[in-house]
Design a protein around this ligand. Structure first.
Ligand code: 15L
Length: 259
């Protein structure tokens, strides 16, 4: 598949660019900064928020766009609206206009972060953002739903957990998404023959997972990594204040009352 990645030089983008190419896709990217990577010539350096020509350039002729570009944490309300809702609107409009039939949207677990910790949180749980960041992601998921229903775009919204080389906290024993599984997840979204509109949790096959992986498996995502491998090492350290906050809601330390 011909795939465009926004935020190609970011933490996830830098891994997806070569990972999707290794999986056989023809990948190009866009970012405000040039990545220091051997594949940097595949990235258009431009601001997606303002540069219409660059947006058109990167989306022309692709079959899928993986939209990662955004502020990757909490900000103020206006910045969250611009970064998550405004930018996603530009990408969805561009996709509609240029006949890109498939979008993979990097949402976040923080769209439901104020959900109390339970044994298994279904994908249909009430939207319960823990921050303006999570609110922006939830709103952008709703916008994706509109573009699916109104324009027929196939869209996956990935509620990504903790994308890391390895887990390093108690919470991450449940929320970890390995690099390999992230590539498998996006590859499944890009190649699924029946994507429609899907919201899936982006985590590895963690023994302690509290997010339901069934919707992911339904579109062909079969994670292989498990954070449990690091459990003994992580649990040997004394629990910290962060661990205590992390333990209350699925969004962990993002979900704090009164801040
Ligand atoms: C996210 O969405 C953030 O981008 C990332 O920095 C982590 O905090 C992650 O969620 C998480 O919940 O661990």
């Amino acid at each position: 598949m011909r795939v465009a990645v926004t935020g190609a030089a970011g933490r996830i983008g830098r891994r997806l660019m070569p990972g999707l190419a290794e999986a056989g896709h023809d990948v190009r990217g866009i970012d405000v900064v040039r990545p220091h990577e051997p594949w940097a010539d595949r990235v258009v350096v431009a601001d997606l928020a303002t540069d219409d020509a660059a947006l058109t350039d990167v989306l022309t002729g692709v079959e899928a766009v993986v939209h990662l570009a955004a502020i990757a944490g909490e900000s103020d309300f206006g910045a969250a609206l611009d970064s998550h809702v405004g930018l996603t609107h530009r990408v969805l409009e561009g996709a509609r206009r240029l006949n890109v039939g498939r979008i993979v949207y990097a949402s976040s677990n923080h769209a439901v972060g104020f959900t109390p910790r339970e044994s298994m949180v279904p994908i249909g749980t009430r939207v319960r953002p823990d921050t303006f960041y999570g609110f922006g992601k939830a709103a952008a998921e709703a916008l994706c739903s509109l573009y699916h229903d109104r324009h027929g775009l196939s869209i996956a919204c990935l509620r990504i957990g903790s994308f890391r080389q390895r887990p390093s906290t108690r919470r991450e024993l449940s929320t970890w998404l390995s690099v390999g599984d992230a590539i498998r997840l996006v590859d499944a979204c890009v190649t699924s023959s029946d994507l429609g509109f899907a919201v899936v949790y982006g985590i590895s096959n963690n023994a302690r997972a509290w997010w339901d992986l069934a919707p992911g498996r339904a579109i062909g995502y079969h994670p292989v990594d498990d954070a449990e491998r690091w459990a003994a090492e992580i649990e040997a350290t004394p629990p910290s204040e962060v661990d205590e906050h992390d333990g209350r809601h699925v969004g962990g330390a993002f979900a704090r009352r009164g801040v």
